[in-house]
Design a protein around this ligand. Structure first.
Ligand code: ATR
Length: 305
């Protein structure tokens, strides 16, 4: 049987009922994932209803045991469980190992496997929205949390020539670089404070600046505190793409727009990483355009609520 057929057999319980699938997090109320995945299941006329489960950290083990016994198809995992789930996995891939976090679980007969579709989702969004390939490029990543780890891993694995990792807490950036840097000896990965004066200068501008911090999230009306010229390393020719992993017209994107070659928010990445999860569970090609439209509709409905 091919892998795709195996996956499709895996979609149902022995009594023919659809296996459970959904996302766990805490809080989870505002997740757009049900809208995104249910559009994909509906597209294939599959009876599955992707759900969201609010699971407190103290309840994680109990929930995973239940998922196991209940023979779930798989789960997406979001804040605050992405790192904590690792200790309950039987298997995980090199990407999970390098990031130290999983966002997708696949439940098969007697094995719980963890994946992280964030790096692939990030690259897919860059390619789809901005036709950008990191190979040979100079880049800057703001932040050093889990999202930054996924972005740095993605850029390094695609052969970016330089990745500056700038973070408010320098030690966190240093830890990230010490852990991921040795996996990519040909990529210059630097840790710096969140201060442009500390960033390496070069004649060539950075072609990609990614904001993974929550800076701007809490105070959306406050201007982003670092200028786009400083972020790109002087860019009079609009060569730089500015990518904010948050959704919407964020302070970072508002500030960058006048000098940007392109601005991207996090919605396409959310859909792309979700599409990759859907493909892992079902073996079917995810209908990305439909999923993106569903995400936009859900976001509009959420904002109008
Ligand atoms: P995620 O898993 O989404 O990456 P996280 O691990 O909480 O989330 O990381 C949040 C990032 O936003 C960190 O890089 C954090 O900087 P610190 O490591 O110094 O905490 C950054 N961040 C949050 N609020 C910030 C602020 N007001 N100014 C600058 N950076 C901020």
């Amino acid at each position: 049987m091919s892998d795709t057929n195996n996956k499709q057999a895996n979609l149902y319980n022995s009594d023919g009922s659809p296996r459970e699938v959904g996302v766990i997090g805490h809080p989870i109320e505002h997740s757009l994932s049900p809208a995104i995945h249910n559009a994909a299941f509906a597209h294939y006329h599959l009876p599955h209803r992707y759900q969201k489960w609010d699971v407190a950290p103290s309840d994680l083990l109990r929930f995973l045991n239940e998922a196991w016994i209940g023979n779930y198809l798989g789960l997406n995992v979001t804040v605050p469980h992405k790192e904590a789930v690792l200790r309950y996995l039987d298997e995980w891939d090199d990407i999970v190992e390098a990031i130290g976090a999983a966002n997708t679980l696949l439940v098969e007969a007697d094995v719980l496997t963890g994946y992280n579709t964030d790096p692939a989702g990030f690259l897919e969004a860059l390619q789809r929205d901005a036709n950008y390939e990191p190979k040979g490029k100079r880049t800057l990543v703001l932040g050093a949390g889990g999202a930054a780890r996924a972005v740095v891993l993605a850029l390094a694995s695609e052969g970016a020539v330089e990745i500056v990792v700038a973070n408010r807490t320098f030690e966190r950036a240093a830890t990230l670089v010490n852990e991921i840097g040795p996996l990519f000896p040909n990529v210059h990965i630097f840790a710096t404070p969140l201060d442009p004066a500390a960033w390496p200068s070069n004649r060539n501008p950075r072609t990609l600046v990614v904001n993974t911090t929550s800076l701007g999230l809490l105070e959306p009306d406050k201007p982003f505190p670092i200028s786009p010229e400083a972020l790109s390393g002087r860019d009079p020719d609009r060569h730089t793409i500015f990518f904010d992993l948050t959704y919407g017209d964020t302070p970072f994107l508002k500030m960058a727009r006048p000098i940007a070659a392109h601005v991207l928010d996090g919605l396409t990445m959310l859909v792309a990483q979700g599409a990759q999860s859907f493909e892992l569970w079902t073996g079917l090609t995810a209908p990305r355009d439909l999923m993106l439209a569903a995400a936009r509709n859900a976001l509009t409905a959420r904002d109008n609520h």
